[in-house]
Design a protein around this ligand. Sequence first.
Ligand SMILES: NC(=O)c1ccc[n+]([C@@H]2O[C@H](COP(=O)([O-])OP(=O)(O)OC[C@H]3O[C@@H](n4cnc5c(N)ncnc54)[C@H](OP(=O)(O)O)[C@@H]3O)[C@@H](O)[C@H]2O)c1
Length: 261
Amino acid sequence: MKILFIGTGHMGSAILEQYANKNKDNEIFILNRNLENSKLLAEKNNVRYLTDLTEIKNIKFDIFIIGVRPIDCAKLFESLDEIDISNSLIISMVNALSIESILNSFKNSLNLSVIRMIPNMNAIIGKSLTSYTTFGDNKTLLNCGLEILKSFGKVFEITEDKYPSFVTLTGTSPAYIFEFLKAFEQFGLENNYDHKFLKELIAEQIISTVENWKNNDKETEMLIKEICVPNGSTIAGYNVLLKEKFLETVMKCLNASKEKC
Ligand SMILES: NC(=O)c1ccc[n+]([C@@H]2O[C@H](COP(=O)([O-])OP(=O)(O)OC[C@H]3O[C@@H](n4cnc5c(N)ncnc54)[C@H](OP(=O)(O)O)[C@@H]3O)[C@@H](O)[C@H]2O)c1
């Protein structure tokens, strides 16, 4: 099959890198607005690049992976539809863009299949949690599409009404988790720790705490209480989180994201 990645920015390039490394059977092409970006990525991942969208008139692509921002979608879909991409599969990672709105953008192109998916940036290490929904009955194309999704992490099939909350928990949350990590990093740097050692220390601490939480039957509240002994140093810090409404702030953050998904 012939696969075209359109828009290989932060997310598109993360996915491309994982898939290109694992792919054996399919021909991969990329198309970017910035040609230099395309040349560099094509060389790095051993794939081909197009210089212009009109080139697809001469190459029959089976799968289009859409990695442009929401604001660039309408124009791109209009151009693709003018060229006519009937019988192909569109894999869209565009946030908040439903399958219905994707299909409504195509008037000339018939018999389209669609996979709506939302990956997250952990795709860069092959550990995305990707939600997806499919449309269409071309099993060969859809199965090939799902193989692409599986190449960069775990996949979860969900109904479209679940996107806002699911995408908040999986797609957008790495940014909030990074912000949390940033506080530990900043504290360590202020206390003169070597950066490399600091990263290892913080990562080990977070990973083991999460493992403990995941495998523990106790309520999260109880786990906190067991560490926060009266008059100790932990509760001194924890009281600051309560006073500054840490939990409420994170909940506000998650709800704001959900509103936009
Ligand atoms: N970043 C995330 O964590 C994340 C998570 C889940 C879903 N997504 C979705 O993934 C998509 C991309 O996000 P991103 O963070 O990767 O954005 P990004 O870094 O801005 O990448 C978008 C890329 O698309 C290129 N582009 C725009 N219009 C194009 C066109 N007509 N033809 C070819 N290339 C075009 C842009 O080129 P220029 O640089 O020239 O503008 C840019 O390189 C978005 O729809 C977003 O909702 C992102």
